[in-house]
Design a protein around this ligand. Structure first.
Ligand code: DMJ
Length: 501
């Protein structure tokens, strides 16, 4: 707040604010995310509530309402603005509206739904992305004032087009306007139809006008990660069996085509399991790297009830984290070195550590959390904040702190240790969006107040009851008191990666 507000991000080394790069519109690394709308403050609203800083939360809400406008000549990515801004506004609005105020007194006396109005205004600016595409898949970018820019790119990653349902569904249900939920559902169904006929897998990049795959890599990391996550989370929130069925079918295919290594993580022999990137047409291995976004997959596996497998997935990223002190963006599992070596303070590994601790209560994950905390403080702390690691090889830093550091990385770390936090005390009442915003799990979200007969799209994909086969394993005593992954297997990964755990 001191150095950056009202800018979008903090430059933590030179203590300055950062906004969009208006001089260079093609700088999408910046402009996709920064919209001149106090991004970090908005993204961190519910973090303030979770930290119990009610005064600062109310002050931040007031600043946002009084000073932020979406009537801006900013061209942003729909996906990023959805998860970071729309999700944050909805979460903060719902926290304020919660009659029981479990986080303390969050509601400003004068509050009259302004954050929800802002959310609806922002989402209405996303709609041209859907209306101007030939398939129903959204264009990746919109100008907040003018809609889809003439001649703008039509290739979108699958996660970008197919992870809008959680926020759009909540908004639709709050304001009673189905357009958002139906647009997001339609995009999911279009993607679903375009699965490869042979494998059933989706690629990572698609053209929104032709519906042709431009990237045929299929994996659980960048480009696809939150698509799977949101099928499951949309089901948890809204209870539509269609979403659950889609999740279960894809999850089975992920196991079939992408998983390598011994069949059972915690027994038998063979290599440590690994989810690789494959060719969507054949299922054959396509790359020798995994990326740091894939570390979130263990969290999805926890939510899906596949805790043993989550323990296994997480252990690999823990070993890589220990090797460098943070996670390189891409790690080559053949050469055992980074292919892409920056670390922008991403939350995925912390997130799955937190979710695994919630699921197992095994203190191993508290130790992992302490390791994370120590290395963030030792390696990334800068003059005015925490800085992106430019290269894990020499630990040089870059002057950037992305908004997800406060909305996710810090939040999950805090929640890992704050066992009395209302989120942890009522963990069956909340769900995290892919940007770490908490949403209530509530009966009213399982209903909608519009007449679905007027709004049917294409028919539901065929759903077979045998697709619905998830189960929740009970965690036995051994899981709580012993190492979650048996020591011989932990040692196996540490030896193969040359790390001392
Ligand atoms: C965040 O914006 C979200 O976690 C998203 O799902 C993936 N990318 C970043 C964090 O790495």
């Amino acid at each position: 707040m001191k150095y950056a507000y009202p800018k979008d991000e903090l430059n933590p080394i030179y203590c300055k604010g950062r906004g969009p790069d208006y001089d260079n519109p093609s700088n999408i690394n910046i402009n996709d995310i920064l919209g001149d709308y106090s991004l970090t403050l908005i993204d961190a609203l519910d973090t303030l509530a979770i930290l119990g800083d009610t005064r600062e939360f109310r002050r931040a809400v007031q600043l946002v309402i009084e000073n932020v406008s979406f009537d801006k000549n900013s061209t942003v990515q729909v996906f990023e603005a959805n998860i970071r801004i729309l999700g944050a506004l909805l979460s903060a609005h719902l926290l304020i509206q919660d009659q029981s105020q479990p986080f303390g007194h969050l509601e400003p006396e004068w509050y009259d739904g302004e954050l929800l109005e802002m959310a609806a205004d922002l989402a209405s600016r996303f709609l041209p992305a859907f209306h101007t595409s030939k398939t129903g898949l959204p264009h990746p970018r919109v100008n907040l004032r003018d809609g889809v820019p003439q001649g703008s790119r039509t290739d979108t990653c699958t996660a970008g087009a197919g992870s809008l349902l959680v926020e759009f569904g909540v908004l639709s249900r709050l304001i009673g306007d189905p357009i958002y939920e139906l647009s997001a559902r339609r995009a999911n169904r279009v993607l679903w139809k375009l699965r490869n006929a042979n494998t059933g897998l989706l690629g990572n990049v698609i053209d929104v006008n032709t519906g042709k795959w431009v990237g045929e890599l299929s994996g659980v990391g960048a480009g696809l990660d939150s698509f799977y996550e949101y099928l499951l989370k949309a089901y948890i929130l809204f209870g539509h069996i269609e979403d659950y069925s889609m999740f279960n079918q894809t999850y089975a295919l992920i196991k079939q085509y992408m998983r390598r290594g011994r069949p059972n993580c915690n027994s038998g022999s063979g290599d440590h399991p690994l989810y690789v990137n494959v060719d969507m047409k054949s299922g054959g291995t396509q790359t020798t790297w995994i990326d740091s976004l894939q570390a979130a997959f263990a969290g999805v596996q926890v939510l899906a009830g596949d805790v043993e497998e989550a323990i296994c997935t997480h252990a690999l990223y823990y070993t890589i984290w220990k090797k460098y002190g943070v996670l390189p963006e891409r790690f080559n599992w053949q050469r055992l070195s980074p292919d892409v070596s920056f670390y922008p303070l991403r939350p995925e590994f912390v997130e799955s550590t937190y979710l695994l601790y919630q699921a197992t209560k095994n203190p191993f994950y508290l130790h992992v959390g302490r390791d994370i905390l120590k290395s963030l403080n030792q390696l990334t702390r800068a003059q005015c904040g925490y800085a992106t690691v430019h290269s894990v090889l020499d630990m040089t830093l870059e002057d950037r702190m992305e908004s997800f550091f406060l909305s996710e990385t810090c939040k999950y770390l805090y929640l890992l240790f704050d066992t009395e936090n209302p989120v942890n005390q009522n963990s069956d009442r909340y769900m995290f969006t892919t940007e770490g915003h908490i949403l209530p799990l509530a009966p009213w979200l399982r209903q909608h107040n519009w007449d679905s007969a007027h709004f049917t799209l294409s028919p539901n994909p065929a759903i077979n009851s045998t697709d619905l086969h998830a189960s929740c394993e009970a965690i036995n005593e051994e899981r709580i008191h012993g190492l979650p992954l048996k020591s011989q297997y932990l040692e196996q990964i540490s030896v193969s990666l040359g790390v001392e755990l």
